[in-house]
Design a protein around this ligand. Structure first.
Ligand SMILES: [Zn+2]
Length: 202
């Protein structure tokens, strides 16, 4: 599995994917994966509004189908949408045509040119096919907010330790991460602001 700040050899697996933005710029880029869901996504949106931050939401197509109102809220409040497949599938478990078809099915709803592979997994052929169709966005820092082994303060500690210029930071608007982001997301934003980072949109 990927650790909080993926090392060079991991990044080299998908060299044309976006891992980090300009390292000379005092800015970070928030991303949220796996939504939208009514239990969490509106809470995240209200928090982002409070700080006037725009973020990118890598959505699961089937969640958009089930929760069109929450999808609309994200769009109407000025955030960017990314494709995270229709069924949150693992690349290694699918043949490339089937994987691409699942991503395309999601894109009928999402209509975006950004893609993030669930679990960070893509077969080489999937990567090759995806990069012609989408800008593939990975991350410079995954907070691991979804982990049952971590509590909120540890997720916050990950942000404090690994955030740097140009970091693309990954949180999740999912049930799994709810306990942790309630604590860690507002505090992470406060910390990053105090450190002088600007929040920018991909
Ligand atoms: Zn995901």
């Amino acid at each position: 599995m990927f650790i909080e700040q993926p090392p060079r050899f991991i990044r080299a697996l998908y060299p044309q994917a976006l891992w980090r933005m300009d390292p000379n710029e005092k800015a970070v880029y928030l991303t949220f994966d796996d939504g939208p869901i009514p239990e969490i996504t509106p809470w995240v949106l209200d928090l982002l509004d409070k700080y006037q931050i725009k973020a990118t939401f890598f959505m699961v197509g089937d969640n958009v189908r089930k929760h069109p109102e929450e999808y609309k809220m994200v769009v109407e409040r000025g955030h960017r949408i990314g494709n995270h497949t229709f069924n949150h599938i693992r690349g290694f478990e699918f043949l490339t045509p089937n994987y691409m078809a699942n991503a395309e099915k999601a894109n009928e709803l999402l209509k975006t040119d950004l893609f993030r592979p669930p679990h960070g997994h893509m077969r080489w052929m999937q990567y090759m096919a995806l990069k012609h169709r989408y800008k593939i966005v990975m991350w410079d820092l995954v907070t691991r907010d979804y982990s049952k082994k971590l509590r909120g303060p540890q997720v916050l500690a990950n942000v404090m330790r690994y955030a740097r210029n140009g970091s693309i930071i990954t949180f999740h608007d999912s049930i799994k991460s709810w306990e942790n982001i309630q604590y860690a997301l507002p505090r992470s934003i406060e910390f990053l602001l105090e450190e002088g980072y600007e929040f920018k949109l991909l």
